[in-house]
Design a protein around this ligand. Sequence first.
Ligand code: NAP
Length: 307
Amino acid sequence: METPMFKKLALIGLGLIGSSISHIVRKNNLVENISGAAQSEKTRDIALELGLVDEVHSDPAEAVVDADLVILCVPVGANEAIAERIAPNLAKGAILTDVGSVKRDVINLVQPHVPAGVHFIPGHPIAGTEQSGPEAGFAELFEGRWCILTPEESVDAESIEKLKQFWVGCGSFVDIMDARHHDLVLAITSHLPHLIAYNIVGTADDLETVTQSEVIKYSAGGFRDFTRLAASDPIMWRDVCLHNKDAILEMLGRFSEDLASLQRAVRWSDGDALFDLFTRTRNVRKTIIEAGQDISRPDFGRHNSPE
Ligand code: NAP
């Protein structure tokens, strides 16, 4: 972009998402300056070393001074205290957004602290990895992925359009959605798969010494893909579960019922039911690949050897 869209971007939280935003906005010249905040000195030092930010602060309130775009990139449960802390320093006319994996609760917790004249537009880039921290980010993370914005009805349309263009500038497609609907959709597409992964890996771990060495040794099977999800950041996923409780419980209920049907099909050797389900699910994967949201290479295009 020839002229940057924003003068000063404040990234509150410099982990996987915050650092990835920094990489892409620098690459595509979307902002003039970046200030950052993180709670640990280690993260702040790394952020400066990597050139993720032009200035870094331990106090997020100092990072947001004069920023016309503020992005909260912290675990969902940390947003409220940060919103309260930065509120007095937010510039009039600034856009305040976040990247949290849950939206309704974040709005309920953050909105009361947003001063008049600041445009709060919650967001969620549907892009991530199981890595975390300031060294985990990369410029291509958002390329070809969806970013969902969930503004309340009263939010200024011009600011929504500007934030939309910002995410387009990061390589994303953008959708506008009701926050509660977002939480329900993500409960099935992201939150439930993570819970299933945490559960299956936890069960295997509980089998302990009897089978543990076999679990590791033969993990090239389906189990290995679950361990990738189950290696995701514990704080982030604890917060997702605590803040999207209703939708997750609803999806877990449906999942348990369907699992019981599958259990019955196995018990009664109902091959037709098994075949029908497995054919239906195979088509879902095909549709995802056709939509450009994954690649069809075996093993998800990953190397076979452990990294
Ligand atoms: P991350 O790599 O763990 O980074 C979190 C950052 O927030 C770190 O810089 C951390 O600082 C800072 N932080 C944590 N607690 C804080 C607190 N109480 N006060 C101030 N700063 C705090 O996490 P991430 O993967 O970037 O995730 C950030 C957000 O993005 C989450 O809300 C998550 O739901 C959302 N998200 C994640 C993914 C994903 O796949 N990871 C995808 C989409 C959206 P220190 O390093 O100093 O501790």
